[in-house]
Write a new protein. Structure first.
Lengths: 301, 593
């Protein structure tokens, strides 16, 4: 865990200092002289030698205190705390729905593998996969929100249920459309690997019902790669939803990252990158624990 | 106990009509507006973006503002009682404040009413100079007020900025009188005092809510028409009418026939009428446009890429007009230009061959093509450095720089820039000639690169493009290391000085991005700074413009249109070139959606 985090820290630090640009020149305003710019650089600490800046970064990680945004002065911890909720309001229902729908459909098409239905579903999935999320967002927002008026075009409120039902529904629908196709294809492959195993033939020979075979025996054995896939996707989803958040004005983490990059707001970029790296490590750990839960043969050493 | 309760009820009944008479806003009247980019925060001295400034203008009073209908923009008193008394050749300003202006009620005032007084103005101006605050607006006060620079210097040496120290340049003579003493003559000071960064704050508020660097971005408390009711950062800003606001009567006048409808709608109304402003931040063009069409927004600005969706030329599309949607259109008080670095060894210098090279490049650029291709027709050609709506603008100026590729080629031939077999020219000394255009890696930057490349190819000048981030471009620019770059300048205040200073030599490293140093220009500019606005100063500006055309430190290109779309329910709107916040001048039908 420590070497991974150290790698992330070094990479973020190098990238920001190499390609990030000097924020003092933007923060100094329209009419500024070198003295004012130097004053800002001093206050931000970017005039310090690189090893000092790196040490400050490491101390910030150890104390979980990333200071305040250079652009807005808002504390980074407050930024994360307030942006996480809206992102999760979209992502948790999306993840649950995608998982259940994709697994269910994957079991169904795997069961009728080679049939016309299986082939049609796979063709639809391939076509769906080939279309950019941007196209889905633009078309769905235009058709379902503007033309049909089923959802608001954009917005976000204060009430959790209002946000979930009124504002997050269309983004979740788009997320489902985009995510089901690749998940379904992948899970189908995992399930097909299991369907051809000897234990399935044995179960059938013993007269076990097809439903039990598919939902208990096959699914349980296919769960490990499915869990791996879901857990690996989790941290990326948090940041990857920035397009949806921007188009639907959802004040989430993904949108905040883009804003921070546009503003060269290093404290925010640092914090989010480190926390996402940390979340990746934690979800990997959780995945290991879940392997053990679904398959007692797995040994945790 | 009963007596006490009765007294409280009696007091409440007695006071109620007073508040009602002051607070005209109807809380059921809601205007829904939109910003295309996120705000940063609401401290007038620290905010550095258009959208935060718009909110600040609704929350904070400045000493001066602008007449809502007058064009060109005309300064008008706001927290000040009247226009300043200017003495000592424009070096001393005496300003009387209105009595009875109240800050919005806030816990920082300990449950008491808090009147805005002269010391608040002094404190607010001093904050701009405090190095700890790192205000991007320090240039508004630095080098201006007697005694202030010494305080700034001391604070930069590590001393705490002394807000209590009496400065001769910033004096609160009494509760309602300010005396501002300047180091040099400056007739533009009222514009500075109308600018949003000089919004008046209360010291108690800053001390209660300020962060370690002295900024208070999250808890704005002003004396203006609105107060911050809700803020979901980068997503939604809700303002509500400030019940402590003194109110005003809509009594603006204008002889412009186009204004008569607005006057008829609004005249005599107690303002503000609108009780609640809901501002959404929607970055994506499609989302903004659909939200407006869906009536989720009452007003929105149609930038260049969006304009063809709503406009046929300069008119709103009939299907939108049929829904009652209106267009309010002005030319923004801005200029876009491409500058050439006058200190650069390739394109700089004041020798005839270098001047010829720059003039030829200026003549090679087709501004009409720029307007058509890059701006979707939503711009006008900029001929004069002072744009429309700004004092000193000359509407029918005949520029000496015109699109003339044949003339440009002839000029280069004449000054020894010979064409080689590859079709590209060399310097008069036979060395290769390569001009580098610095630009941003965005779609606008790429379009500009292509148009300039095409123009340069047309006169046989080889052009390279250097792409860099905005911050890096600024850094290089301040070091005079940018050979040429497309840039733009929007008015901070509606006076020609704000634009003519762009080529002033001593502003190199600050606002003079092209590092121009033209002695004739600089001498005239120095004279204009001692003069009040008027025909005499305008004449010098025209002379300076001719000098700039002759030396060609830049090629003026365009000024953009600002197309504001309004739903039918919005009344009283007229786009002001400088004022950002219009909500206090509007009315809408109540309970409408």
């Amino acid at each position: 865990m420590a070497p991974t985090m150290l790698g992330v820290v070094l990479l973020v630090f190098l990238l920001f200092n190499w390609v990030g640009g000097d924020p003092a020149y933007v923060l100094a305003g329209k009419i500024s002289n070198q003295e004012q710019i130097d004053n800002i650089r001093r206050q931000l600490g970017v005039d310090q030698p690189y090893y000092v800046q790196l040490w400050i970064f490491i101390k910030q990680i150890l104390t979980a205190d990333f200071g305040a945004s250079w652009s807005t002065n808002e504390s980074v911890s407050h930024i994360l705390a307030t942006r996480l909720g809206p992102s999760l309001t979209v992502l948790i229902p999306l993840l649950i729905l995608v998982t259940f729908i994709a697994v269910g459909l994957a079991l169904a098409v795997a069961y009728v593998r080679g049939s016309l239905t299986d082939r049609m579903v796979m063709i639809v999935c391939t076509v769906g996969l080939s279309i950019s999320i941007l196209v889905y967002i633009i078309v769905f927002q235009y058709v379902f929100a503007y033309k049909l008026g089923w959802f608001p075009v954009q917005g976000w409120g204060n009430d959790f249920w209002e946000n979930l039902i009124k504002y997050a529904s269309l983004p979740i629908l788009i997320g489902l459309t985009v995510s089901i196709a690749p998940s379904l294809r992948l899970y189908r492959t995992f399930i097909l690997d299991e369907i051809n195993q000897d234990y399935v033939r044995t179960a059938r020979a013993k007269g076990v019902g097809e439903n039990r075979i598919m939902w208990i025996h096959v699914l349980r054995n296919a769960s490990i790669p499915i869990i791996t896939h879901i857990m690996a996707e989790l941290p990326g989803l948090l940041l990857g939803s920035f397009l949806i958040e921007r188009f639907f004005s959802i004040p989430g983490i993904g949108r905040e990252v883009i804003l921070a990059v546009e503003r060269s707001d290093f404290p925010v970029i640092k914090a989010i990158t480190v926390y996402v790296a940390f979340a990746t490590i934690i979800t990997n750990l959780l995945a290991d624990l879940m392997y053990k839960a679904v398959d007692p043969r797995v040994q945790l050493k | 106990m009963v007596k006490l309760a009765m007294r409280q009820i009696a007091a409440a009944v007695f006071l109620l009509p007073m508040f009602v008479s002051v607070h005209a806003a109807d809380m059921t009247k809601v205007v829904r507006d939109v910003f295309p980019a996120a705000e940063t925060g609401f401290d007038p001295a620290a905010s550095n973006d258009t959208y935060s400034a718009t909110i600040n203008q609704a929350i904070f009073d400045t000493l001066y503002t602008y007449d809502y209908l007058a064009r060109p923009s005309k300064i008008a008193p706001l927290a000040a009682e009247a226009l300043p008394v200017i003495t000592d050749n424009g070096k001393t300003y005496t300003i009387k404040l209105r009595h009875g202006i109240q800050f919005a009620t806030d816990p920082a005032f300990g449950g008491k009413k808090r009147e805005l007084v002269a010391e608040d103005v002094v404190y607010s101006l001093k904050r701009l100079a405090d190095p700890k605050l790192r205000s991007p607006w320090v240039f508004l006060v630095e080098g201006k007020f007697v005694g202030l620079d010494e305080e700034i210097a001391a604070a930069k040496q590590g001393a705490k900025f002394d807000y209590d120290k009496k400065l001769p340049g910033l004096e609160a003579v009494d509760k309602y009188t300010l005396k501002l003493r300047l180091k040099d003559t400056d007739y533009n000071l009222p514009y500075v005092l109308a600018h949003t960064p000089t919004g008046i704050v209360a010291r108690e508020v800053i001390e209660k809510y300020g962060e370690s660097d002295g900024r208070a971005m999250s808890n704005p408390v002003g004396s203006g028409p609105y107060k911050l009711a809700q803020w979901v950062r980068s997503s939604k800003i809700v303002l509500e009418a400030n019940p402590d606001f003194r109110g005003f009567t809509w009594d603006f006048t204008s002889k412009d026939p186009a204004d008569q409808k607005v006057i008829a709608q609004m005249k005599g109304k107690k303002m503000p009428q609108v009780g609640r402003i809901e501002v959404s931040i929607i970055e994506e063009d499609q989302a903004r446009w659909l939200a407006f069409q869906n009536r989720e927004l009452d007003t929105m600005n149609m930038e260049g890429p969006l304009a063809p969706q709503a406009l046929d030329g300069d008119k709103i599309k009939p299907e939108l007009a049929a829904k009652g949607i209106r267009l309010d259109r002005i030319v923004d008080p801005e200029i876009s230009y491409v500058y050439w670095n006058l200190q650069d060894p390739v394109v700089g210098g004041l020798t005839k061959d270098k001047i010829a090279l720059r003039r030829a490049m200026a003549m090679s650029y087709n501004v009409e093509q720029d307007i058509k291709v890059i701006r979707n027709g939503q711009a006008v050609a900029a001929a004069y450095p002072i744009p429309p709506g700004v004092v000193g603008h000359v509407p029918d100026w005949k520029s000496g720089v015109k699109y003339d590729p044949a003339g440009a080629n002839a000029l280069l031939d004449k000054f020894g820039y010979k064409k080689g077999v590859d079709g590209f020219r060399t310097n008069p000394d036979g060395k290769p000639l390569v001009v580098t255009l610095f630009s941003r890696p965005d779609s606008l930057g790429r379009q500009q690169d292509e148009l300039w490349k095409s123009a340069m190819d047309g006169i046989g000048v080889r052009m390279d493009v250097h792409k860099d981030k905005f911050a890096e471009l600024l850094k290089l620019e301040k070091q005079c290391k940018v050979m040429s770059r497309p840039a733009a300048w929007i008015a901070d205040y509606p006076d020609g000085d704000n634009f003519m200073q762009l080529l002033y030599g001593p502003n190199t490293g600050a606002s003079n991005g092209g590092c121009a140093r033209i002695p004739e220009y600089d001498a005239l500019y120095a004279r204009t700074t001692k003069m009040p606005p008027g025909p005499e100063r305008d004449k010098l500006y025209q002379e300076m413009t001719r000098i700039a055309e002759a030396y060609a430190p830049w090629r003026l290109t365009i000024s953009r249109y600002r197309n504001q779309l309004l739903q039918a329910r919005v009344e009283g709107y007229k786009r002001h070139p400088i004022l950002r916040s219009h909500w206090q001048y509007l009315d809408v039908a109540p309970n409408a959606k």
